[in-house]
Design a protein around this ligand. Structure first.
Ligand SMILES: [Zn+2]
Length: 64
């Protein structure tokens, strides 16, 4: 008879991390840009507030 816990056997890995809210601060005017429907990384975007273009690097720091 083992005294080991069997809790580990019940752990199943999740398959999807669903992101509900994405926002980026415009590097020109610092206005918060949100409402993204796709991953904005690795692309150029135009600020909704000041109209200037900026790039979101693919390896940008992600803050939760
Ligand atoms: Zn801006």
């Amino acid at each position: 008879m083992t005294t080991e816990t069997t809790n580990d056997a019940a752990i199943v890995e999740a398959e999807i991390l669903r992101v509900w809210s994405v926002s980026i601060d415009c590097p020109h005017c610092r206005a918060s840009q949100d409402g993204w429907l796709a991953d904005p990384r690795g692309k150029d975007h135009e600020c909704d507030d000041c109209g200037k273009r900026y790039r979101v690097p693919a390896d940008i720091r992600v803050v939760f």
